[in-house]
Ligand binder design. Structure first.
Ligand code: GLA
Length: 644
């Protein structure tokens, strides 16, 4: 063969239909990926135009294809399949190459023409064909990548086969000796009810005592529950001691009685991703029991939160959720699934835990239940009267209910002000998916945390987009004591799968370690979205590493910023109250690889000891930089402490 024909051979391109690849590794929100058919097994068709070939999938869908840097082009027609048959279908297609967005469709609805994707792929190693739900949930989101082809010159594209990862428990069990795991500060408003369980690990029985507790507060030494009425304005340094037959531990905690609450991000569990509309009183009680039984309470988890679907559905004839949505005084009525809200919160409080509730500023919530619109004052009062400690305030139906009202801030400002007027502390979690740069005003309107993007969903895998969102918008600037960016819940353990049937998280173990690490570095609320009642040993371990939690709960609340970005690897760092620096070395790529952070990246000089926080192990002393080999989609999380 002469040189010319070799060259010709090398540049000749062949094309592969993506539907002919192995489709079994596609993750999608509903159903199965289909070759040359729609997700509901009908011929592919987008607004009357038929396609013989292509891939039928359903948002949210992720299809990773390995290209080896030898593909030249991706071509497809994208749209909602005609068989979706619903105005509620709306999707956005993305072509992501090595973590960078190469192409994005506009928001596409049912009966809209296909849009053409024609994307150069030169040099790209892995492409992700990603379909999101356009921020309004995945209902009817039948997505077609019609006639989708990849042109390549050498090695043919291959579906990324996620490596089978063993769920390795990295963190040693807590010592039998007492350890007080509380953040160094707890906030409360003067004169309000105070309830705080001092989290302590170690062998039971344990005796927890307090020195310097302000009058009005009492501690139960057997449970470590501190209760009473918050003292007058001021900072009270309380020395807590925990003692068992293995030893004792001390920790000073500042109880700050003032205007600010939630001085560290809230930690807890929320019902949505596992129970959806099935949530009821019994599930909430069992979940509170589980938080105590499995020991999460001793690592700082406190909030047990009901999400949507506890109220009644306007106009419904269903005996469980039907009937008047409010009483004669305009007070919201829970459905038959929640016979007595006051009794439920009293039960949760009796365990030393706090209770959360949910509603929406629109007429109805996202799932179609009664919302707060027009009844905000009485709703705020009712939630306080029922004994709730947190409100998640969604966005659904607000725009439709209040047309012409341009203000994104208005409903939150209203609810924020009303909650502040109640005689108990109620943490306010804004859930409007990051619209109008909510991080810039979330705190001013009375929010303590705000969702920064749409739902991760129960089918979530590696948390990818958030890295760039947090880095490019510099969201670290907006995290303060009492004000946190919220990337959504921890998608672990058993979650509601397609059709509401529980299934395991689709995140690999390394992806889960990355999620907790990222959340802790950016000072996000740590709220488990999976079932707390059936928590397995791996997931429990993942949620209860006290050194990682201490980063999340660090009282300085200097959230991490991205200090290194090199291809698909990156480092995030945050300074800590004790002078240390927490660093996460992340690898978003498909292969294991080294990730380095230099002291220059961190703005430091000199010798530092490095501790592996997940393994709780000293790694040695380093002078200029630190490099770790980080697994696919994994993390190595370290803490640097100056060493002399
Ligand atoms: C929205 C929120 C979710 C959940 C549902 C409930 O989608 O973002 O977290 O509360 O509503 O319907």
């Amino acid at each position: 063969m002469n040189i010319l024909s070799l060259l010709l051979l090398a540049t000749q391109s062949t094309s592969a239909s993506i539907a002919d690849l192995n489709l079994s590794y596609i993750h999608q929100g509903w159903g199965h990926a289909m070759r040359d058919r729609s997700v509901t097994d009908t011929p592919l068709a987008i607004n009357g135009r038929s396609f013989e070939h292509g891939l039928g999938t359903h948002a949210i869908s992720t299809f990773r294809i390995r290209l080896f840097g030898q593909s030249t082009r991706f071509h497809a027609f994208c749209g909602v399949d005609d068989n979706a048959k619903s105005e509620r279908a709306s999707i956005v297609f993305h072509v992501i190459g090595d973590g960078k967005e190469l192409w994005k469709s506009p928001r596409l609805s049912w009966k809209q023409d296909a849009v053409e994707a024609d994307v150069p792929l030169a040099g790209v190693k892995t492409v992700n064909l990603y379909v999101d739900d356009a921020g309004d949930g995945v209902d009817y989101d039948h997505a077609d990548w019609a006639d989708a082809k990849i042109e390549f010159t050498g090695k043919a594209p291959l579906s990324v086969v996620p490596p089978v990862e063993r769920a390795v428990i990295l963190t040693p069990p807590p010592s039998p000796k007492p350890r007080i795991n509380s953040p160094s500060v707890v906030g409360v408003r003067p004169g309000h009810p105070f309830l705080y369980t001092v989290p302590v690990t170690g062998l039971r029985p344990m005796k927890v005592t307090a020195h310097g507790l302000p009058s009005g507060l009492n501690i139960d030494p057997l449970t470590g529950i501190v209760e009473g009425t918050a003292p007058k304005r001021g900072t009270y340094s309380v020395r807590f001691t925990a003692k068992n037959r293995k030893g004792s531990a001390n920790r000073t905690i500042r109880i700050v009685s003032g205007d600010e609450i939630a001085l560290t991000p809230q930690m807890g569990w929320n019902s949505w991703y596992i129970w959806l509309d099935k949530v009821d009183d019994k599930i909430m009680r069992s979940s509170a029991d589980a938080m105590v039984r499995n020991g999460m309470i001793q690592h700082g988890y406190q909030y047990v939160d009901i999400d949507d679907c506890w109220a009644r559905v306007p106009g419904s004839k269903d005996p469980v959720v039907g009937g008047p949505t409010r009483d004669n005084n305009g007070r919201m009525l829970p459905s038959a699934k929640f016979p007595e809200m006051k009794a439920l919160t009293a039960y949760i409080h009796s365990k030393g835990l706090r209770a959360g509730i949910y509603t929406s500023p629109g007429k109805t919530t996202c799932a179609g239940y009664e919302g707060a619109f027009g009844h905000e004052p009485i709703d705020a009062e009712t939630f306080a009267d029922w004994g709730f400690d947190l409100l998640k305030y969604d966005w659904c139906s607000y725009q439709a209910t209040a047309p012409g009202d341009a203000g994104y801030q208005k409903p939150y400002w209203l609810m924020g002000s009303l909650l502040k007027m109640q005689k108990r502390d109620i943490v306010l979690n804004l859930c409007q998916y990051g619209m109008d740069d909510v991080w810039k005003w979330g705190k001013q309107v009375g929010g303590h945390s705000w969702r920064t993007a749409g739902d991760l969903g129960t089918g979530a895998t590696m948390y990818q987009d958030g890295f760039d969102l947090y880095a490019t918008k510099h969201l670290e600037r907006f995290a303060h004591p009492g004000a946190y960016n919220d990337p959504d819940y921890l998608i672990f353990g058993n979650l509601a799968g397609p059709g509401g049937k529980a299934r395991r998280t689709l995140m690999t173990p390394n992806e889960q370690y990355s999620q907790v690490s990222f959340w802790s570095l950016v000072a996000a609320p740590l709220i488990l979205g999976g079932d707390i009642i059936t928590l397995d040993a791996f997931t429990l371990n993942l949620l209860t590493n006290d050194e990682v939690i201490a980063v999340d709960q660090d009282a300085l609340v200097k959230a991490a910023r991205r200090v290194v970005k090199s291809g698909e690897t990156e480092a995030w760092a945050r300074p800590l109250e004790d002078g240390g620096i927490a660093v996460g070395l992340f690898n978003r790529a498909e292969d294991e690889g080294p990730v380095t952070v230099t002291w220059k990246d961190l703005g430091i000089q000199g010798r530092f000891s490095v501790r592996d926080l997940w393994r709780q192990k000293e790694l040695g002393r380093f002078k200029h930089s630190f490099t770790a080999t980080v697994p696919r989609h994994g993390v190595v999380m370290i803490k640097l402490t100056r060493s002399h």
